[in-house]
Design a binder for this molecule. Sequence first.
Ligand code: SF4
Length: 272
Amino acid sequence: MIAVSQQPRAAPVVQRDYVSFSAISTYQQCPLRYYFRYIEGLEEPFVSASLALGGAVHSAVEFHLNELMAGKSPPDHDTLLDVFWDEWKSRAETAEIRFGKKDDLDSIAKTADRIIAAFRDSDIARPTGNIIGVEEELRSQLIPGMPDILGRVDLIAESDQALTITDLKTARTRWSAEQAERSGEQLMLYAALAKDLVPGKPIRLEFAVVTKAAKPNVDTLPVTFNQKRVDRTMSVMQRVWQSIHEGHFYPSPSPMSCPSCPFRSPCDAWSG
Ligand code: SF4
């Protein structure tokens, strides 16, 4: 990639005293997309149905786990579907939900129904140990010279043996064990943020991957904690932050990112 612009450091419209892994990932994916979202704070005129589905599944799972953490019975299928549709509607009120070629509301409803059923049957619906956090915000100034790092952890459960940190993903296809290991940077960062929650207790990391397919699966895939990877992740974040701080914003078009990017119009209008 070639930097086509080195803009002067501008006061961000969006003021934040923290930085998240997803913000850093957005910059790595496309620096101009980061600029529109996190510096200019542009509204996102549309959201893909796939992203809206993932967000609504997240809400239903969060509700289920919060009920368990409160000592209540697992919610039934229809209750979780209601949570799903409440979240879907609230997204539809703030942005147009744009369907893919093979999607419509009917297909989303069928997929949601199957995903909720698969989730309720899965191990992740019955975590081992005590649930001590759901969508838990952990923040710390992990990296010198950077604002606090903020992580929103989907699930933290404590057993006699370990503290288990689970990150929920929705994906089009099932992940392999190798894919989970290779995608573990976010979990490494969460481990660094959670290390003082229960001092001395080993930390286990895992992804719970829900496939948005005709026959959904919910797979739990472990990721090996590795201090070298934690250090490497923080080093990468530090370099990306430096690049952001120095105002290096430029488009990084790709067939994977651009079709679902909500900033295509401002991107086309951007003159460098
Ligand atoms: S349309 Fe593509 S290049 Fe432009 S901001 Fe979005 S992701 Fe980046």
